[in-house]
Write a protein that binds this ligand. Structure first.
Ligand code: NI
Length: 171
C-alpha cells in the first residue's frame, strides 16, 4: 500500500471526465487500497481516482475516516439511479485546500456501482453521505465543487485558485 500525492485544482486530470473501469485486475485492487490509505492519511471522507492522477471512474468514501470499518464504501463505475430534493451545506475538497463553498446538492440519492470484488452495490444516501457521493461522482465527471457555485462566487474563487496554482500550492 502507498499514500499517493493528491493533485490540486488546475491539473488537467481533475478537469476531464474519467474513463470507466473495464477490467477488474490486480492494478484495480492496488488502486483501491492506495486510495483508501491516501484518504485516511489526508485525512478526508472521500477520494476519487483522478485526485491521485488516475483517470478512472473509481471512488472511495468513509464518513468515519477509518474509525468504523462498516462505513467504508469503495465503488468503481458508480452511477446515480435517482436524485431528489435539494440541500446546501459547506463542502471542501482535498484538491482545493483552504477553500470551502456550498453548492446545491440533491437531498437524497440512490447510487449503484461495483465494489472491489465486482459485486454490485446500491446505496440510498441523505445528508452528508448524499453530498459525498455527489462530490466524488462529480470528480470522475471532471467537475469540482467550485464549478457548481454561483457564477459570481465561482469567478472570485477561481481567481484565487489560479494564483495558488501558479505558486505551486505552497500553503
Ligand atoms: Ni474533492
Amino acid at each position: 500500500m502507498a499514500i499517493r500525492p493528491i493533485v490540486k485544482w488546475g491539473d488537467p486530470v481533475l478537469h476531464a471526465p474519467a474513463a470507466p473501469v473495464t477490467e477488474r485486475d490486480e492494478s484495480l485492487r492496488t488502486l483501491f487500497r492506495d486510495m483508501v490509505e491516501t484518504m485516511y492519511a489526508a485525512p478526508g471522507i472521500g477520494l476519487a481516482a483522478p485526485q491521485i492522477g488516475v483517470p478512472l471512474r473509481v471512488i472511495v468514501i468513509d464518513l468515519s475516516v477509518g474509525k468504523d470499518p462498516s462505513q467504508l464504501i469503495q465503488l468503481y463505475n458508480p452511477e446515480f439511479l435517482s436524485r431528489e430534493g435539494e440541500q446546501k451545506e459547506d463542502e471542501g475538497c482535498l484538491s482545493i485546500p483552504g477553500h470551502y463553498g456550498s453548492p446545491a446538492r440533491p437531498a437524497q440519492v440512490v447510487v449503484r456501482g461495483l465494489d472491489p470484488e465486482g459485486v454490485e452495490r446500491t446505496y440510498t444516501a441523505t445528508e452528508l453521505l448524499a453530498r459525498a457521493f455527489c462530490h466524488e461522482i462529480d470528480h470522475i465527471d471532471g467537475l469540482l465543487f467550485v464549478d457548481r457555485l454561483s457564477p459570481l462566487k465561482r469567478d472570485l474563487v477561481k481567481r484565487k485558485l489560479r494564483k495558488k496554482a501558479k505558486a505551486g500550492w505552497d500553503e
